[in-house]
Design a protein around this ligand. Structure first.
Ligand code: ZN
Length: 328
């Protein structure tokens, strides 16, 4: 399918984070992944052309800003990264859009930076790499706590989606992975971190308070769609004081969207569509952690979709959600 739009496509600013080398791995050697992370206008565009991807919304590779311990430094880095991305987008506005990186260490500064990115840089949303650290290395701050409510109010006011991207757990708190480093990042740990974070947002009544908020998660829903019935069923059964007004699945279907990033499985895709509905699913590759042709050729040929549905997931749903100035 030509004209696809891909929305979990990463770049690095300057020298790619060496910490990511050991933890993230990649489809290529780290050297090749790193080369592709810093490239915008050569390899990336050639690959997009070859694979029928017209437009990509670019975002920083994880964990980026979220691992900066010093709040002031995180605020400055976010501005620098976002200005850099805006320059790249300005060179090819017909091919690239940008997601804002946000200094979640300071919810007020994050709200201000998002506002700047939307109103001045023309970004259609934000992508944040999971929980944030702050001040001390083993800090883990999720965004369901009261200090983030004004931030979410601003996101709703700006009416832009918020992409919750995975990151690895903090080493000091990751005893479950001891002796099993292959589970620590994208094979398993990413989905654990991201799904917990989204379920925490739901359980904190965030979407009761801000019903127009729209969150995006990748990897066909970070395993949540597969387990939605059981989550609802057990929460209704156990007397743990779940405070939100509706079952978790109801918020998944009204406030969450998912993408195909890095999960090119027909059977998982079938489950995701059945649970979420076709209008809440968008195409993404997760380049360069994944090879573009793997994601694109799977998507172009999967028998799970009719041609009409392929166009919706591959293009139209994304244009509508992000209000992109592209023809449907
Ligand atoms: Zn990614």
């Amino acid at each position: 399918m030509n004209g696809k739009i891909a929305i979990e496509e990463h770049f690095a600013y300057g020298r790619p984070d060496e910490d990511a080398a050991g933890r993230l791995g990649g489809a290529w050697s780290w050297a090749e992944t790193a080369r592709r992370l810093v490239d915008f206008h050569d390899l990336r565009l050639k690959d997009m052309d070859k694979n029928g991807i017209e437009y990509a919304i670019l975002s920083l590779n994880a964990p980026a800003v979220q691992m900066i311990l010093d709040t002031h430094e995180a605020i400055e880095a976010s501005r620098r990264y976002n200005d850099f991305l805006a320059e790249q987008v300005a060179r090819r506005p017909d091919r690239f859009g940008g997601f804002a990186a946000l200094p979640m260490q300071d919810p007020g500064a994050a709200a201000e930076e998002l506002t700047r990115c939307v109103n001045e840089l023309g970004f259609p949303g934000a992508l944040v790499n999971g929980f944030t650290q702050r001040d001390i290395p083993d800090s883990v701050i999720y965004y369901d706590t009261p200090e983030y409510r004004p931030f979410w109010a601003r996101v709703q006011e700006l009416d832009v989606p918020f992409y919750m991207h995975p990151r690895t757990a903090v080493y000091q708190r990751a005893q479950a992975y001891e002796g099993h480093p292959w589970l620590f990042s994208s094979a398993w740990g990413f989905a654990v971190e991201t799904s917990i974070h989204v379920l925490r947002l739901i359980g904190s009544c965030l979407f009761d308070e801000y019903p127009r908020l729209q969150i995006v998660i990748g990897h066909l829903g970070e395993r949540i769609p597969y387990d939605m019935w059981r989550i609802d069923h057990r929460i209704a059964t156990i007397p743990a004081g779940y405070p939100a007004k509706k079952p978790m699945s109801a918020y998944m279907r009204s406030n969450v969207h998912i993408t195909t990033s890095g999960n090119f499985s027909d059977s998982t895709f079938r489950c995701a569509i059945a649970e979420m509905g076709i209008d809440r699913i968008m195409f993404a590759v997760d380049y360069p952690m994944e090879v573009m042709v793997d994601g694109a050729s799977w998507f172009d040929n999967t028998p799970v979709l009719t041609e009409e549905e392929r166009k919706r997931v591959g293009r139209t749903n994304t244009i509508k959600l992000f209000k992109l100035a592209l023809p449907c």
